[in-house]
Ligand binder design. Structure first.
Ligand code: APR
Length: 232
């Protein structure tokens, strides 16, 4: 196949070597905070200050973080591969963009964006968001982090599913395969005959569904995989 169409899904593991915590590793974010308190609409309604503070802390950390060789390799692939490359991330940091990737599909939202719960307007989030900030469009005090919380619908699913239906290669990088619909992308890719590869530090929940696995740190495995694709 001359210029295969590639769909990539990244998770928290690709940003681990940039110092950003993952969710389900030892001591991860979900060991420090209750999901129902900081990552659900009900938690936000119950205690908006706790939720806004949780994302302010992660936004400040992400702001300081530097992309690692995994992010840089994917930016190189997007720039140099002659076939289509769709980079989908579950991550809410901007490290793919800082590494030079454009058109990154943030299916779980992003720390850099704010959302109006009243009118749906989006704008660049301030580094430090306050509770009840006014929406620049409708002026209501209904600003919230533009993050897809548990129980909400992930973004850009039509575009992702359309790309998966045409994929020749699907790669999952740094994700534990615990959260759907992202964890189901490998089955969709397999169904259309795509080659599938997992690059993860530990085997994910869905490792058995992948044709190929490249265990190890993303800064090493992703750079090697991109070399193999570009020199293939
Ligand atoms: N290189 C590669 N993989 C790594 C590295 C590394 N340096 N460090 C950790 N990993 C792997 C772990 O083995 C784990 O399988 O990254 C994975 C991280 O898994 P999770 O913490 O579950 O993160 P993720 O899969 O992205 O979570 C998905 O769950 O809580 C929600 O919305 C949140 O987007 C998140 C979603």
């Amino acid at each position: 196949m001359t210029h295969p169409s590639i769909v990539i899904l990244t998770g928290a593991g690709i940003s681990a070597e940039s110092g950003l915590g993952t969710f389900r590793d030892e001591g991860g974010l979900w060991a420090q905070h209750r999901i129902e308190d900081v990552a659900t609409p009900e938690g936000f309604a119950r205690n908006p200050a706790l939720v806004v503070d949780f994302y302010n802390k992660r936004r400040a950390q992400a702001h300081e973080a530097v992309p690692n060789a995994g992010h840089t390799a994917l930016a190189r692939l997007k720039a140099e591969h002659k076939g289509e490359v769709l980079l989908v991330t579950q991550n809410v940091d901007s490290l793919h963009e800082k590494a030079g990737s454009t058109d990154v599909v943030h299916m779980h939202g992003e720390l850099a964006s704010a959302l109006c719960a009243n009118c749906g307007h989006r704008w660049n989030a301030p580094l430090h968001m306050e509770v009840g900030e006014a929406c620049p469009a409708c002026a209501q005090p209904t600003a919230r982090p533009d993050i897809v919380w548990f129980g909400e619908i992930p973004y850009h699913m039509e575009r992702i599913e359309e790309a998966l239906s045409r994929a020749d290669i699907f790669a999952a990088i740094g994700t534990s395969g615990n959260v759907y619909p992202a964890a189901g992308f490998v089955q969709m890719a397999t169904y259309v005959g795509a080659r599938t590869v997992e690059m993860n530090l530990d085997p994910s929940e869905t490792v058995a569904l992948f044709e190929e696995t490249r265990p190890g740190k993303a800064s090493v495995t992703v750079a090697q995989w991109v070399d193999d694709i570009l020199n293939g």
